[in-house]
Design a protein around this ligand. Sequence first.
Ligand code: UD1
Ligand code: CA
Length: 454
Amino acid sequence: MKRRTLAVVLAAGESKRMISSKSKVLHEVGNQEMIVHVLKALAGANIDKVALVLGRDAHAVEQAARRVGLPVSVFIQTERLGTGHAVLAARDEINQNYDEVIVVYGDTPLITADPLNAALDGVRQGHDIAVIGFQAGDPTGYGRLLTKNGELVAIREEKDASDEERKTRYCNSGLMAINGKKAIEYLDRITNNNAKQEYYLTDLVEIARATNGTAVAVEAPEDELAGCNNRAELAMLEAIWQNKKRKALMLSGVTMIAPETVFLSHDTEIEPDVTIEPNVIFGPGVRVQSNAVIHAFCHIEGALVGSGATVGPFARLRPGADLGQDSKVGNFCEVKKAKVGAGAKINHLSYIGDAEIGERSNIGAGTITCNYDGINKHLTVIGKDAFIGSNSALVAPVSVGDGALVASGSIITEDVPANAAAFGRARQVNKPDHAATIKQRNIAFKAAKKPQAG
Ligand code: UD1
Ligand code: CA
């Protein structure tokens, strides 16, 4: 029979030090909630069920967690009496006869499936407890792992540790796998007889050993186990996460000239041979196809950049921007919810929103699609090989046909048929010698305004 594995995710903390109106685990790393990062790692470790132990904001946390698609049950820990007590909040789920139970924290967004699998393997190989540990750069505040002959003998909380025990840098991440058949029996034996008068999950190691069980520690990189208690730590986690994502993209063939200035999201997809210049921000939902170039200082979210397209410098692509192959969006342009055909060019200072632009069309500098009437959004459709003269306003809903031309400075309020030239502007009038008349009038006006001397 297939083994069944339960994960208990602890996220009932009050997040006091975050100073936030929402649960800590809803704060984001790489534009994705920490709790979602954790559940994705669990999904990667083939967990069958997740028991969330929550406190404040339980509904919102549950909603976020469910997006990952794993089966989830929710338990509320009403009093915070320690990590052992928190795990027991999920007693009804733990009682469902799982083969292994793994306890993880909701605020460790850098966790990956590897250490989870290593701990689960420890239990699958016959140990009753397998704790994920790490060599701490600074062990202050962590529980210490006390090992002997390859076995884990005890986890000692810092406040309860002797000076000798405190010297070890091998620390408890807090994440551990437990034999599912014995979990409840062990958990029920935890007492709060310690310096903090809390029910320590860490006591399980000695409890298991006292009943002929065995425990091991598996080591993982400190980076992956880092937790978040305040916003400074959140920023540190973000920095670590960004570095990993940048490196992964570069190793998959993306050129970044100054990677430390490029900010990515959890779902940013960039194909090989794309070049990203400095100072580019990728919000969620961006895909960039091969050979595209993103010039410096662009802000891109919810957009598809087709192969060979160039964007920026200083361009903003908003959700629904869909740039065709070899198209161009140049400096100080904004594109939103618009399909830009292959080879089309929007090179300077334009706003293109709620629009379709056909292949090879050229949108002149300063063109604006007037998509919003104050209440509704309307569509602008431009055909293939059209030319929109600079500083035109296209008042949607409106269309410009294939091969049509719009004269510079036009305000287009009616559809332009294919191959037509549209002049939507007042005809120019030249008044001979009239410049001096206007100048004299302006000088007189200025003089009249001066305060009288006296
Ligand atoms: C815990 C470990 C310590 C380890 C450290 C790693 C214990 C006794 N100690 O200490 O060995 O080095 O984590 O960070 O387990 N939580 C609840 N309900 C509670 C208590 C905690 O949901 O009643 C959750 C918190 O939200 C948090 C996690 O459990 O996500 C850890 O709790 P915390 O109080 O931070 O444990 P530490 O004292 O840091
Ligand atoms: Ca902690």
